[in-house]
Design a protein around this ligand. Structure first.
Ligand code: KIV
Ligand code: ZN
Length: 523
């Protein structure tokens, strides 16, 4: 794709490896929106999904392929013809399509398909050749490459290159490698494997030991020219390499990391917030680059230093990542234009009808709360996004009786598939009573794994953000909601998680899990 020596391609897999994270399910429209933002910010390759996994994944990849303006659109496929054909059918609509096919090559992963090393080598040859006959941009990955024996890894990489792969990705699937090793492995592959000079090497790191960013940058120093990453480091277990971290590291430390990306870093905060909202994964406050405290200086010494000169404690400017000055924002007298402009600063560009909806909610909030802060607006936007209009279940009315005298009870109306249903239920406290009422109106076997309440800002009139995680037969979904009334936020978060679980139910096909490497549809 590029011959410039210092240019590093950014391959974003938020919509594939990120979405695979338990509970991070995104709806079709959310995926399209994130893909558009990735394309806009200059991501080179978007891995849009795993087309064979479900009808929903297929549709998402093919719709993203149709809408992408600049980015290469990539789909994932296991090492069999059926996966690869399905993947091609989804990505072929893109201006620049790519097929990404993989197989687990380490001793631990070779056991699963029950192939000998020679049989696996043959399988790689056949499947990469097949993919290349369909598409001239083919990426191949030896899954768990960092735990694969060197001789075998070098052998299969050579086979994939000869079969026509244009990018060779070296995944650290279980986050096992360390920076020195990561650089050495890529360097050695580039020097010793015949044909290596004709392909781009990519690095794909997981963060199990907290070294994903360091390992990715080390791989680049070793000669890799594509980093695979996700927004906010979203991904299974401890997640993937965070896009914002590698990109900002290369930007800020160009002196020792002399590489270049095409990412517009001022779009980082907006997409980080959006991914956090739609995935339901809250960004930890002290997360590098995008955490709430990443640019906050609270200690007296730091504040004093900052007032004298920002570079005393700041190695990058908040504006570089799209953070604007924060202050008290608005109140009940603020108008539509002010709201639109503030939301634009926060990364939300709304059409008139969307603005109208948000404005009504903003006014309702401003009536209850004297001052509306940026964080309140962000919570409002998260709430707006999570309670999508097409959700099957919606909270219409809630009144609870609580206090020192038991029993506490909840009177609840849910709209389910367009019809209102009402019940009263009791429980051990108002939240328990409310959840019991939801279960009465919409019986389900999912159980609550996590219930968390955070105050969005300070003060007794602050909004509460409630996060809920639910599990049903191995499927996990998270829900979030914010309200000045904690019980209302709880009811909405619970219903939000339930709606997401229903989407997960529809799309789940256990046979199509990336980690369930099935070879029955053989090449
Ligand atoms: O972590 C991994 O090995 C993967 C592959 C499918 C590339 O995500
Ligand atoms: Zn991965």
């Amino acid at each position: 794709m590029t011959t410039e020596k210092d240019r590093v391609l950014i391959f974003d897999t938020t919509l594939r490896d990120g979405e695979q994270s338990p509970g991070a399910t995104m709806s079709h429209s959310e995926k399209l929106e994130i893909a558009e933002m990735l394309d806009d910010m200059g991501v080179d390759i978007i891995e849009a999904g795993f087309p064979i996994a479900s009808e929903g994944d297929f549709e998402a990849v093919s719709d993203i392929a149709k809408l992408a303006k600049n980015a290469v659109i990539c789909g994932l496929a296991r090492a069999n013809f059926k996966d690869i054909d399905r993947c091609w059918d989804a990505v072929r609509h893109a201006k620049r399509p790519r097929i990404h096919t993989f197989i687990g090559t380490s001793p631990q992963h070779r056991m699963i398909p029950n192939l000998t090393m020679d049989e696996m080598a043959e399988r790689i040859h056949e499947t990469v050749t097949h993919a290349r006959n369909l598409c001239d941009n083919v990426q191949w990955s030896p899954m768990d490459a960092t735990r694969t024996e060197w001789d075998y890894l070098a052998r299969v990489v050579e086979i994939a290159i000869k079969a026509g792969a244009t990018t060779i990705n070296i995944p650290d699937t279980v986050g096992y490698t360390a920076p020195v090793e990561s650089a050495d492995l890529i360097r050695r592959l580039i020097t010793e494997v015949p044909g290596a000079e004709d392909v781009i090497f990519a690095t794909h790191c997981h963060n199990d030991l907290g070294m994903a960013t360091a390992n990715s940058l080390a791989a680049v120093a070793g000669g890799a020219r594509q980093i695979e990453c996700t927004i906010n480091g979203l991904g299974e277990r401890a997640g993937n390499t965070a896009l914002e971290e590698v990109v900002m590291a290369m930007k800020v430390r160009g002196d020792i990391l002399p590489y270049r990306t095409e990412i517009d870093t001022t779009k980082i905060m907006a997409i980080s917030r959006r991914v956090s909202t739609v995935s339901g994964f809250v960004v930890q406050p002290n997360k590098a680059i995008v955490g709430k405290n990443a640019f906050a200086h609270e200690s007296g010494i730091h504040q004093d230093g900052m007032l004298k000169s920002a570079d005393t404690f700041e190695i990058m400017r908040p504006e570089d990542v799209g953070l604007k000055e924060t202050a008290i924002v608005m109140g009940k007298h603020s108008g539509r234009a002010a709201l639109r402009s503030k939301l634009k600063d926060l990364g939300y560009e709304l059409a008139d009808n969307q603005l109208n909806d948000v404005f009504i909610r903003f006014k309702a909030l401003a009536d209850r709360k004297k001052e509306v802060f940026e964080d309140d607006l962000l919570a409002l936007m998260r709430d707006q996004a999570s309670g999508e209009h097409h959700d099957r279940i919606q909270v219409k009315f809630l009144r609870v009786i609580c206090g020192t005298e038991a029993p506490q009870s909840a009177d609840l109306i849910l709209e389910i598939d367009g019809k209102d249903h009402r019940t009263t239920a009791q429980g051990d406290g108002p939240v328990d009573a409310t959840f019991n009422a939801v279960k009465t109106l919409f019986p389900h076997r999912a159980h609550l794994q996590l219930y968390q309440v955070h105050a969005v800002t300070e003060g007794t009139d602050a909004q509460a953000t409630v996060s809920v995680r639910m599990e049903e037969e191995g499927r996990i979904a998270t829900g979030q909601s914010a309200d000045t009334d904690t019980v209302v936020a709880s009811a909405k978060a619970y219903v939000n998680a339930l709606n997401r679980l229903l989407v997960r139910r529809e799309k789940s096909d256990p046979d199509a899990d990336v980690k369930t490497v099935s070879y029955k549809d053989s090449a």
